[in-house]
Design a binder for this molecule. Structure first.
Ligand SMILES: Nc1nc2c(ncn2[C@@H]2O[C@H](COP(=O)(O)OP(=O)(O)O)[C@@H](O)[C@H]2O)c(=O)[nH]1
Ligand SMILES: [Mg+2]
Length: 641
């Protein structure tokens, strides 16, 4: 169990930790000289049952709130220290507000310096403290009066802490490893050490991890938890890791850097959040307010874009987007605190709903509804709500990363919810069954409408369908849906055209006749096929009429436009492919030249060049200098036909 102090400066926090653990956590020369905690201090107690109580001592001075915030991130319990002779003071209030915003509800009140007040005044202070807690919306917390230098009341507090440690529900260790670094230093003979609180997952020695803000890979050489060497450490523990990595040193690692599994290396500059404004604020939190964001052990500037209502009143909550000037790392459910621009007071805080948000449509009613659905704390419930709402399904990878779900965990959730997985990573999506069926119906309707508006067309291309649908669907998802619909015979395909089985192309008898004659003329038994003009002359029709008819032929899949004005019947194209394959198989290295091909098929050079360029373009052949070879076997094309 990790316990942190909190409370006003000089109220006896450091003295209390000394009495509980025997360790003076004021380790900096400056701290020792001034008797004032500036930075975080660490100590621990080994319990009789072998368990460990870890302590983080935080500075109380208002100038060092930044360090206090880094110290309380991820802790299990807070000791709110209040001096009996001083009572509730500004940082007593601010620290309690911070604990509230971070969701730390496990609090013990320690009334220190009881030797400084007359016994009859003690109850008055206790009452003041209780009134203060009530006013802040807290029920009575256990209150321990102590005089740390004399050891009075310390044993009782120790017993309470031991009891809490024993009765604490163990943290569920799931997700990828993530640790908020609060210190990085070089230890002689050992090398680079980083310490911090583990927010999720497990770390094993010799494992590879990533320093997120640097994007640098490191290897874990040794793990220590409360000074004991361990093979692994897990969520809820504080640990010290000895790490090595190319170009990584003490100076390059700042407090606030996350050390995590490489899959969590996904930076963001916009996060959608649920924001609560402290009731102590004197005016509403306005849109675009500049603030200091504290998250994990990190702090960085952030603007608050209020997503509805223009501002958030003191004591109220609302949806907002935090907009950052540079990359940060956060996950769903992370708690954060906002302080004002001059870093003098805590103004708000909350929980992250979507760490990977965007500016587009952020305040649209549909987006607000989605954010409300995403505000649920249960991950499976969030996925269910999103899948139910989203016509285009839920993109799996960002969802899994933002909820810190390794593949086995997200797989289990998808199975338990009975969702459909569509497509391949990284674009894979999940749909609820009714939405997936809905998508098929939308596609059928879209193709039907396209048939109505273009009766002479064989059908609809993917782009046509995309436009007709109105909602943006990822092309891969659309392709997959079309493939499934083809296999179920709900639609038919001809090349890259899709049509309903009931669709008859609107072609007149005259056009049909011209097409049949032209197809014969353009695929002569021997020699070069005629040009468009020559064919029109032979048929005795206008070039423009012939061209219009041949275009219908292209849509029907009977004709292929091989080059400019070069319409070739698809039977002839297939025949030429077979000849090219034969030629390639005869050549030792599979290569053949333009003249080889011309000799093989005995056709004119210009025609041959157009055909070969078409072959390159569709990926049937590829150029190797002046020669060509096949890129794929012809069987692929035959199967497709
Ligand atoms: N008389 C008395 N002095 C105390 C007690 N606890 C702390 N002090 C003194 O109060 C001063 C501030 O204590 P410190 O632990 O540094 O306060 P912090 O700023 O909250 O960490 C120090 O001189 C302590 O020795 C106490 O219970 N009784
Ligand atoms: Mg101190």
């Amino acid at each position: 169990m990790i316990v942190a102090t909190s409370g006003h400066v000089d109220h006896g926090k450091t003295e209390l930790i000394k009495a509980l653990t025997g360790t003076n956590t004021d380790r900096l020369p400056e701290e020792k000289a001034r008797g004032l905690t500036v930075d975080l201090g660490f100590a621990y107690n080994i319990l009789p049952d072998g368990g460990v109580l870890g302590f983080v001592d935080v500075p109380g001075h208002e100038k060092f709130i930044r360090n206090m915030l880094a110290g309380v991130a991820g802790i299990d319990l807070a000791l709110l220290v209040i001096a009996a002779d001083d009572g509730v003071m500004p940082q007593t209030r601010e620290h309690l507000a911070i604990l509230d915003l971070l969701g730390i509800r496990n609090i013990i009140i320690v009334l220190t310096k009881i030797d400084r007040v007359a016994p009859e005044d003690l109850s008055a202070v206790s009452k003041q403290v209780n009134d203060f807690l009530k006013e802040q919306g807290h029920r009575d917390h256990a209150l321990y009066p102590v005089c740390a230098p004399k050891g009075i009341g310390i044993e009782a507090l120790k017993q309470e802490l031991m009891f809490r440690a024993k009765s604490r529900k163990p943290k569920v260790v799931c997700g990828y490893f993530r640790m908020a670094i609060d210190r990085a230093f070089n230890l002689k003979g050992v090398g680079l050490i980083v310490t911090g609180m583990i927010f999720s997952g497990t770390v094993n020695s010799a494992e590879s991890l990533t320093l997120l803000s640097l994007g640098a890979a490191v290897r874990v050489r040794e793990i220590r938890v409360h000074n004991q060497v361990r093979a692994s450490a897990k969520a809820g523990e504080r640990c010290a890791l000895s790490i090595v990595g190319r170009g990584v040193g003490e100076k390059s690692i700042k407090r606030g850097t996350w050390l995590a599994h490489s899959d969590l290396h996904v930076p963001t500059k916009r996060m959608d959040v649920n924001l609560h404004v402290l009731k102590t604020e004197t005016s509403p939190l306005k849109h675009w307010t500049p603030t200091h964001l504290h998250i994990g052990s990190d702090h960085l500037p952030a603007r608050v874009a209020v997503l509805s209502g223009g501002n958030i009143l003191p004591g109220a909550s609302g949806l907002a987007q935090l907009v950052l000037p540079h990359d940060a790392f956060a996950l769903c459910g992370d708690r954060f605190v906002l302080r004002d621009q001059s870093a003098q007071r805590t103004i708000a805080g909350g929980r992250i709903i979507d760490p990977f948000s965007s500016k587009r449509g952020r305040a649209k009613p549909s987006r607000i509804a989605i954010l409300k659905a995403m505000s649920k704390e249960n991950t499976a419930a969030v996925l269910q709500a999103l899948a139910t709402r989203s016509e285009c399904g839920v993109q799996l990878q960002p969802f899994a990363i933002s909820h810190n779900l390794p593949s086995d965990q997200i797989d289990a959730i998808i199975v338990s919810l009975g969702l459909l997985r569509v497509g391949d990573a990284p674009k894979e999506r999940v749909f609820c069954e009714s939405r997936w069926r809905g998508l098929m119906d939308l596609i059928l309707n879209a193709i039907g409408s396209i048939h109505k508006s273009k009766p002479k067309s064989i059908g609809a291309s993917i782009e046509d369908i995309q436009v007709q649908l109105g909602v943006y669907f990822d092309e891969d998802i659309l392709k997959l849906a079309l493939k499934i619909m083809i296999s179920k015979k709900r639609i038919c395909a001809n090349g890259s055209w899709f049509y309903l089985p009931s669709h008859n192309i609107d072609i007149s008898e005259k056009e049909k006749d011209i097409l049949t004659i032209a197809t014969n003329i353009l695929a002569p038994d021997g020699g070069t096929p005629p040009s468009l003009q020559q064919a029109a002359q032979q048929i005795g029709t206008d070039v423009s009429v012939l061209e219009k008819t041949l275009k219908i032929g292209v849509k029907l899949g009977d004709i292929i436009l091989v080059g400019k004005n070069r319409y070739v019947p698809s039977t002839l194209v297939l025949n030429l492919k077979i000849r090219a394959e034969k030629l390639a198989s005869k050549s030792v290295d599979g290569l053949f030249s333009t003249s080889d091909f011309r000799d093989e098929v005995s056709m004119g050079r210009n025609f041959i060049i157009d055909v070969l360029e078409y072959f390159d373009q569709v990926g049937f052949t590829t150029r190797v200098g002046d020669l060509r070879r096949l890129r794929r076997p012809i069987t692929n094309d035959l199967v497709k036909k």
